[in-house]
Write a protein that binds this ligand. Structure first.
Ligand code: UDP
Length: 482
């Protein structure tokens, strides 16, 4: 085991780096050596989440930095993580910068000692497979989406079920009754251009050549979809929820960005009644307009429930700050609410006994973290596969209530389309979660949390799948030697 060396290459985005770093810890706990590729400013952010547990538990994890060519791709200096993009329109430039990492990384990988036994990336680069093939290293893809999303995306492509003039369409060939709208599909909520389609195409082709797929999910959560996905790919191993590797308080705190101590919600949460607080947070990428933020804030206030509301730094414009001051919302809710500017320790908050529900944009990491903590959700999807996740949470798992977003939106277009969700919808969804229906959802969520925990324990499905992966890497190494 000591001889095995896993090389992990995430897309420089919170929703890829955070779970892959968790996965690194799970691997290192098995005695494997793990190297994670990152960039200088990301290394600065993630140092604590790697070094602290590594030092404490004697894990062999290291970060290897490579310069990120932001300026060469037309991005501002220091823009090394997708959460630093001023607009989602810059995503293409960001992927082009990521493309340019090929050459320096090939050099790094070929010189690594010990040579990597495998490469694991998050399927966001077109060149990882080329390097793996050239250097005779097996490559695996770590997927940050569920099997449900994978299977539904495949069915939609195959059946063209979305090619209809009616407002909604039913997804065929699945056991659940799932209806979607065109405006909720991934391709209609992310920027479309030939360049983007070309990049995605190359990434997909490279994905198809990977030796195996690791999914941040667990088999018991979506058994039918896991089995179906296994029919579509050559090897599929659910290895999650990887966030459950963070058991100690400081591990739960040190994920992703740092936050200032005056934004620490934990002491405040300690003073609140058990299962009374709504946590509202919309991930690391969503750009929410000032008018939508106002509706969210006023809806949270109208609910009369205690709440923590996280407003991402980029959304915290001077207009929003001015509104908060002039409207007096923060003053009015003082004592029963906290407004966090920037980043919150989500994992720590979700596992706090005072939390009753989570208003989320339905990013897969956030959804799975809520499942793992046994917390039901209020779903507020915006773009990409978030509407699929909403369907999964509300219709399949039955642990969520929709706030009522009908059509996805990207970037700042929201102002053009008006406000997606009104304050009454926010209030109604919270009232529902606080009532009898919410109570039933809580019970189901808690059962799922127990199942998630078991999956990760020795003998559990995800733990077993990690063993299968390690064995496959050993087998692949022997095949290369022969
Ligand atoms: N996150 C966090 N604090 C925040 C915002 C996000 O810890 O204030 C973490 C969250 O726990 C999750 C990740 O950032 O692990 C966001 O990933 P997700 O897939 O939910 O959404 P994305 O950021 O890609 O939209």
């Amino acid at each position: 085991m000591e001889k095995l060396h896993f090389l992990l290459i995430p897309l420089m985005s919170q929703s890829h780096i955070i779970p892959l770093t968790d996965f690194a810890k799970l691997l290192a706990k098995r005695g494997v050596t793990v190297s994670i590729i990152t960039t200088p400013s990301n290394a600065d952010r993630y140092n604590d989440s790697v070094k602290i547990p590594a030092a404490k538990s004697n894990l062999k994890i290291q970060l290897i930095t490579v310069e990120f060519p932001c300026q060469q791709a037309g991005l501002p200096h220091g823009c090394e993580n997708m959460d630093s993009l001023a607009s989602m329109d810059l995503v293409i430039d960001f992927f082009q910068a990521s493309d340019m990492l090929r050459e320096p990384l090939e050099k790094i990988v070929s010189q690594l000692d010990p040579k990597p036994s495998c490469i694991v990336d998050t399927s966001a680069f077109s060149w990882t497979q080329d390097i793996a093939t050239k250097l005779h290293i097996p490559r695996y893809v770590f997927q940050t989406v569920s099997c449900f999303t994978n299977v539904i995306s495949h069915i939609l492509k195959e059946t063209k079920a979305a090619d209809t003039d009616s407002g909604t369409f039913l997804i065929p060939r699945i056991p659940d009754n799932i209806e979607l709208r065109k405006g909720q599909l991934m391709e209609n909520t992310v920027k479309h251009s030939d360049k983007w389609v070309g990049i995605m195409d190359r990434i997909k082709k490279a994905h198809d050549l990977a030796r195996g797929n690791l999914i941040n999910s667990f088999e018991e959560l979506e058994p039918w979809y896991v089995n179906e996905y296994k029919k579509l790919r050559r090897a599929v191993w659910c290895v999650g929820p990887v966030s459950l590797c963070n058991r100690e308080t400081d591990e739960k705190r040190n994920r992703g960005n740092r936050f200032s101590s005056d934004q620490d919600c934990l002491p405040w949460l300690d003073t609140m009644k058990p299962r009374s607080v709504i946590y509202a947070c919309f991930g690391s990428l969503c750009q929410i307009s000032p008018s939508q933020l106002k509706e969210i804030g006023l809806g949270l206030e109208a609910s009369n429930s205690p709440f923590i509301w996280v407003i991402r730094g980029i959304n915290f414009s001077s207009q929003v700050e001015k509104w908060l001051e002039e409207d007096g919302l923060e003053e009015r809710v003082k004592g029963r609410a906290l407004i966090v500017r920037g980043w919150a320790p989500q994992l720590e908050i979700l596992s706090h006994p005072s939390i009753r529900g989570f208003m989320t944009h339905c990013g897969w990491n956030s959804a799975l973290e809520a499942v793992s903590a046994g917390v039901p959700m209020i779903t507020f999807p915006m773009f990409a596969e978030q509407f699929f996740n909403e369907k999964f949470i509300v219709k399949v798992l039955k642990i969520g209530v929709r706030v009522g977003v009908e059509v996805g939106v990207n970037s700042w277009q929201e102002e053009k389309k008006g406000v997606m969700v009104k304050r009454e919808q926010v209030k109604n969804a919270i009232d529902c979660l606080m009532g009898d229906e919410g109570e039933e959802m809580s019970k189901r969520a808690q059962k799922l949390a127990e199942m998630a925990k078991k999956a990760g324990e020795e003998g559990g499905s995800s733990s077993f799948n990690i063993s299968l992966l390690i064995q496959d890497v050993i087998d692949a190494t022997c095949e290369v030697k022969m």
